[in-house]
Design a protein around this ligand. Structure first.
Ligand code: MN
Length: 204
């Protein structure tokens, strides 16, 4: 049975410069994510029949995971999935980077305007206390901005993550130190909206 795998980056470590620096990408992808994934695999090896399930299925049904590995799946499985999403949600900086088509329309309808959407997302990301993520999710077909602590997954709350920003200090500290607000502002030019829209269209 196949173990869970870290996705390869489809861009170079320095592709997101100057917004996310090369060293942060190397350590974040090759060390932090690799460890989440290794610890997830180590836990699931105790119940190898679970390798037949996708990581999404595991997180959507945490209460059915054997108790001895449930916390490990929640923490390391969440960390693994979220980072796989995060790498694909990013790309080299683009000017005037924003959603297009149906997703843009729905965002404007749901949040009143693109600017209000950005404000609300930034506010959520800024106010995650300690480590966690801010998200744009689909919740019963509606777009919502939410935040989760640690590696708790929107999937475990029956929500589908569409866009997420990692606000653990390891995601930004080397370049931004305590300036989380600046890191969040610099997330916008590097969002891979084509990928985000693909997830949205698949799940709406
Ligand atoms: Mn991270």
């Amino acid at each position: 049975m196949e173990k869970y795998k870290v996705v390869d980056l489809t861009y170079t470590y320095d592709a997101l410069e100057p917004y996310i620096d090369k060293l942060t990408m190397e350590i974040h992808h090759d060390k932090h994510h690799v460890i989440y994934c290794a610890k997830l695999n180590e836990a699931v090896e105790k119940h190898p029949e679970l390798f037949a399930k996708s990581i999404e299925e595991l997180l959507q049904n945490l209460n059915t995971i054997p108790e001895d590995i449930r916390l490990a799946v929640k923490n390391h499985g969440g960390g693994h999935l979220h980072h796989n999403l995060f790498w694909q949600m990013l790309r080299a900086p683009q000017e005037n980077n924003k959603a297009t088509g149906g997703l843009l329309e729905t965002i404007e309808k749901t949040f009143a305007s693109w600017e209000k959407f950005q404000e609300e997302f930034n506010a959520a990301a800024t106010t995650v206390f300690g480590s966690g993520w801010a998200w744009l999710v689909l919740d019963q077909g509606e777009l919502k901005i939410t935040k989760t602590a640690n590696q708790d997954s929107p999937l475990s709350l029956k929500q589908i993550p569409i866009l997420g920003i990692d606000v653990w200090e390891h995601a930004y500290y080397l370049k931004y130190q305590n300036r989380r607000v600046e890191y969040i502002a610099n997330f916008w030019p590097i969002i891979n909206w084509a990928y985000v829209e693909e997830i949205y269209l698949k799940n709406k």
